[in-house]
Design a protein around this ligand. Structure first.
Ligand code: APR
Length: 324
């Protein structure tokens, strides 16, 4: 099928439509997962010349082997994203040698604001899921740029951080990952707050199964999860687990599954925090974040969350000054 034929089929399609802005490693892998799991038709949009069209055609050709009828198109034109149920934002750049954190913040902040404004103009009823880092800050800026109610905007990080924590727990205890559920709160950074008391193996808190030193070793590895992969890969950063994590959230939203997962959500008094996006347990359905769950925290857990929130807030303030 030519890409023009794909576009025509796409325009006629009434199925769930997800637009992914940024067809890099995370965006293209997420697109692949969504179509091959038969969850949605997908638009890949990128500014890199030809890349989204090439990737989309490649994924369309894979249908001959994978056997599904989902349509995926590539484009650099926001008009092709219209009527999306969900917009996923992965556009941005990675930090380059010699680049300061503020340079990265400024570049990605300006990218995220512009892509959200353009995408939402064509899909005003969509939910917006942000993946670009620094995650909590970008989610806040995306919300402001979108003009949407805060429940319709959220960020992907907690599912990924919890997946990493669960992986290390399963490996340490030599048990199936199927039985491990982990919970991680806070910003997606060095100060994230893995919660051992709320992380379980078949319902048993890991605090009953491991000593404190072992738990702290796994917590530290979880906090360093992204950096560990960057240093192994030497060029680029993690994308399989980030794409899987975003895929789970997309599925819960567009199919109204009401999954309870940690996500960067807008707080209005919950956890004693206001006017901030940060990782907390959420219920995800068709309208985005339908509930925020407030866990009872011990004082050291609560202090860790407040410390993480303080750094997110500082970065939000810095980013707002840096916007063009
Ligand atoms: N509009 C659309 N696409 C853009 C724009 C823009 N203004 N600016 C950059 N992009 C695209 C790039 O062309 C690139 O294809 O965003 C894509 C980013 O892809 P990668 O560099 O491969 O990055 P990736 O590994 O996918 O990570 C994307 O997710 O997990 C986070 O930290 C990660 O912020 C990063 C994001």
């Amino acid at each position: 099928m030519t890409s023009t034929a794909a576009l025509t089929a796409f325009e006629c399609s009434k199925s769930v439509r997800v637009s992914i802005i940024g067809a890099g490693n995370v965006g293209s892998t997420l697109g692949q997962r969504l179509v091959e799991k038969n969850l949605a038709d997908v638009v890949l949009l990128d500014i890199a010349p030809g890349r989204p069209k090439g990737l989309a055609l490649d994924l369309m050709e894979a249908r001959g082997v994978e056997r599904h009828d989902r349509i995926i198109i590539g484009t650099d034109n926001y008009a092709d994203t219209q009527h999306s149920d969900l917009i996923v934002v992965t556009a941005g750049i990675a930090r380059k040698p010699g680049m300061s954190r503020d340079d990265l913040l400024k570049t990605n902040a300006n990218i995220v604001v512009k892509v959200v404004q353009q995408a939402i103009a064509y899909s005003p009823d969509a939910v917006v899921l942000v993946v670009t880092n620094p995650l909590d800050v970008m989610t806040y800026l995306a919300w402001q740029a979108s003009g949407l109610p805060p429940q319709r905007v959220l960020g992907m990080a907690g599912v990924l951080d919890a997946a990493r924590f669960a992986t290390f727990i399963a490996l340490e205890l030599k048990v199936s990952i199927m039985d491990v559920t982990a919970m991680v709160l806070g910003g997606h950074g060095d100060l994230m707050v893995p919660l051992p008391r709320y992380s379980t193996v078949s319902g048993i808190p890991i605090t009953e199964l491991m000593d404190e030193a072992t738990i702290q070793r796994l917590v530290k590895r979880t906090r360093n999860g992204g950096a560990e992969i960057v240093s192994l890969m030497q060029a680029g950063s993690a994308y399989f687990a980030p794409a899987s994590s975003a895929c789970l959230m997309v599925e819960s939203i567009v199919y109204d599954r009401d999954r309870i997962v940690p996500a960067a959500a807008y707080l209005q008094g919950q956890y004693d925090l206001n006017d901030i996006f940060i990782g907390v347990p959420t219920c995800l359905g068709r309208t985005g974040v339908s509930q925020i769950l407030e866990l009872e925290l011990l004082s050291h857990e609560s202090e860790a969350l407040q410390a993480s929130a303080a750094t997110v807030r500082q970065s939000i303030e810095a980013a707002q000054v840096l916007l063009d």
